[in-house]
Design a protein around this ligand. Structure first.
Ligand code: ZN
Length: 241
């Protein structure tokens, strides 16, 4: 009998993994989101789309890792993917709003993937932050944000205003290092974490296909059609032999 559900899942993992290989960050996320009818441009919507995809393929317990910025220890932690999606999905997105800033009225809109692509070539992070503000903020009298001569704290404050418009755009976990007790907010790149998870799963499948193809001369399709129980049994026989 064919193990349809697990076979379908493996086919999907292999196809998604293949679609991400050799692509840059934005293209990779577009490829993952491409199974939806239209790929969203909003950052929060993209995170929610990637998270929903992740939750259809993998277990809700999501193992993540982040390197401590103080001592570089790799810290592992687990997140409930379904609860995270529910929590983020419940937060309202404000596409556009007016903010009062030091006596000025500014129109602010939530940054999109197109804004991030536009500033990707700006090497200096402070310049990149100013360029993002220039794209997403507009003075009431047509005043360009470049004219405000913003210092570092002002840039940070205005950035937080933009972040608040689209809460699902920024996902961070407060972590404490097991090595040195340093605490830091670890930012989650959903596309990157999902790609790593897909790669690990695809590699496991490819190793099994390789072992059984070598031993029995079966094709990839034939190995993928085996039920998980039969496949594990044949792999044990190959290992024992
Ligand atoms: Zn540390």
């Amino acid at each position: 009998m064919r193990a349809t559900a697990s076979t379908d899942r493996e086919h999907e993992v292999l196809a998604l993994w293949e679609a991400t290989v050799g692509r840059d960050r934005w293209q990779r996320d577009d490829a993952l989101l491409g199974i939806a009818a239209s790929v969203p441009r909003g950052l929060g919507a993209r995170n929610l789309g990637l998270l929903a995809l992740r939750n259809t393929i993998f277990n809700r317990q999501w193992s993540l890792r982040s390197a401590c910025p103080a001592c570089a220890t790799e810290c592992e932690f687990t997140v409930d993917g379904v609860a995270l999606a529910e929590q983020l999905g419940a937060q309202p997105i404000e596409q556009c709003t007016t903010i009062e800033w030091e006596g000025r009225s500014l129109t602010a809109r939530a940054p999109t993937i197109d804004d991030l692509i536009a500033i990707a070539g700006v090497a200096d992070s402070a310049d990149a932050a100013r360029a993002l503000l220039a794209r997403c903020l507009e003075g009431a009298e047509g005043l360009a944000i470049d004219d405000l001569a913003l210092g570092g704290p002002a840039v940070g404050g205005l950035e937080r205003h933009l972040e608040a418009l689209d809460p699902a755009a920024t996902i961070a976990f407060q972590l404490r290092c097991v090595g040195c007790s340093h605490e830091w907010p670890s930012l989650l790149d959903v596309g990157e974490a999902l790609t790593a998870e897909l790669q690990r799963a695809a590699e496991r499948t490819l190793i099994e296909v390789d072992a059984l193809a070598r031993a029995y001369g079966w094709t990839e399709a034939e190995v993928l059609q085996l039920s998980p129980v039969r496949r594990a049994a044949y792999l044990q026989l190959v290992e024992a032999g």
